[in-house]
Design a protein around this ligand. Structure first.
Ligand SMILES: [Mn+2]
Length: 438
């Protein structure tokens, strides 16, 4: 049998996604002497793209070549041997030269002779950046595939992991004729009938709890046997949900095990940290764990406790609120308060009667004081009595929810019936935009 001579091989991880698959072919442009090796397993959406484009993207998939002849290995979108899809023997080829192009920051065990690992949204962005630097031309089909790789891993440049390098690479690919309609068609996960059924089951089986002001959604589903593609279903579910986090328990009674897949919208809930405690792993917004002979009731309680524990180390209202609070007495005249506003430069004061909070007077309330005599009236005549209090250990997302629900811009912070601070929209904005005071 005629054997192809392959000395330079490009490979990516098992279950290749668009980033890994696009990376293979982008590396093929930077290393024209090398041959991209088709992973044995492709994600469903990548597979349907590849089936259509087989003629355009010739990848090495036959076995009529000798792995022992490989002298140089280019590794894309992975840096651990266990996840790399190649014939195993290649790793021990004598004098094997290895180049790594990756964006996974956890250190894998592949030692590269040339290593380009950077914290970008997609590994493909690193390769495309180099392609642009080397003034290589791309066909619109290549540009489309590479952009699909970047978009899938960066959520179309929307995930927090997205960097300027990803956006620049995307701009270059659009200039090269990348077709967004094609990307839209292929990048979406392919949902099978089983996944749709699971989605419907999830809707029927959710129950919500409040933990430290966080809305947590627990869902229990029984699944049997092999169920690929549960993660995209949970992703889609979380998109529909208004909860801060979802914990989906997929129980397999035959194997007596439970797979937890979790997603969160909130940056104060670190899902990855919680999953590590349960023996799994993940990122701040996504994670999973597999638990043998699980008692679901206990598991839910344990997760709630972990959230409470984590909350203690994350930001609370007490870290953001302003204090001490300048208050005014409810019988103070409007004109005195007007002077105070000018002197203090603030926009509102809580109004008290002795120790008890009666309302809030803000600059806006002065608009209703039209007559000259109104300025002699006590503030209690003009103050807002709509007091929505919050406690110091509640979360930022709870404060946001209260402000949105009640159309108010500030919440008095109450502890043991005492007013201890006030939290405003601008305090929360400072938090969300990473402008925490030192
Ligand atoms: Mn990737």
């Amino acid at each position: 049998m005629f054997m192809k001579k392959i000395m330079n091989l490009i490979a990516t991880h098992k279950n290749a996604d668009f980033d890994g698959f696009a990376g293979l072919l982008a590396a093929g442009i930077l290393y024209p002497e090398a041959t991209p090796y088709l992973p044995k397993t492709l994600n469903a959406n990548v597979k349907s793209f590849y089936t259509l484009h087989k003629k355009v993207f010739p990848l090495l998939e036959d076995n009529d070549w000798d792995p022992s002849e490989v002298k140089k290995l280019i590794v894309v979108d992975v840096n651990a041997w266990s996840r790399l899809e190649i014939p195993d023997s290649i790793a021990s080829n004598p004098g094997l030269e290895i180049h790594i192009w990756d964006h996974h920051q956890e250190t894998g065990n592949i030692k590269g002779d040339q290593v380009n690992i950077q914290p970008v949204g997609a590994a493909t962005s690193l390769l495309v950046t180099r392609i642009e630097q080397e003034h290589k031309e791309l066909t619109p089909i290549q540009a489309t595939l590479f952009l699909a790789g970047i978009y899938e891993d960066s959520g179309s440049l929307s995930f927090p992991s997205t960097t300027p390098a990803d956006a620049r690479a995307a701009a270059f690919l659009l200039e090269q004729g990348a077709d967004l309609n094609m990307i839209k068609k292929f990048i979406r996960p392919v949902y099978g009938l089983k996944q749709k059924e699971i989605f419907m089951e999830m809707l029927k089986n959710e129950h919500k709890v409040k933990v430290n002001g966080h809305q947590i959604n627990f869902v229990r589903i029984e699944v049997e046997g092999y169920n690929p593609g549960l993660s995209p279903v949970v992703d889609r579910y979380q998109e529909f949900s208004d909860s801060d986090a979802i914990f989906a328990f997929f129980l397999d009674p035959k194997k007596n095990q439970c797979m937890i897949i979790s997603r969160s919208h909130s940056d104060t809930l670190n899902i990855g940290q919680i999953m590590i405690k349960l023996g799994g792993g993940g990122h701040p917004n996504a994670g999973s764990a597999i638990i043998k002979s699980a008692d679901i009731e206990k598991l839910e309680i344990r997760i709630c406790d972990l959230i409470k524990d984590r909350e203690k180390s994350t930001i609370q209202i007490s870290d953001l609120m302003s204090f001490p609070v300048k208050t005014v007495a409810q019988d103070a005249q409007m004109k005195e308060v007007a002077l105070l506003f000018r002197a203090k430069g603030c926009t509102a004061f809580p109004v008290t009667d002795g120790d008890s909070l009666k309302g809030i007077i803000s600059r806006r309330d002065f608009k209703r004081a039209k007559k000259q005599s109104d300025m002699d009236s006590p503030v209690k005549a003009f103050m807002s009595r709509n007091i929505i209090p919050i406690s110091p250990e509640q979360s930022v997302s709870e404060a946001t929810r209260l402000m949105v629900k009640h159309h108010i811009g500030r919440l008095p912070v109450i502890k043991d019936d005492q007013l201890i601070g006030i939290i405003t929209r601008s305090d929360i904005m400072r938090y969300y935009y990473d402008m925490l005071p030192e």
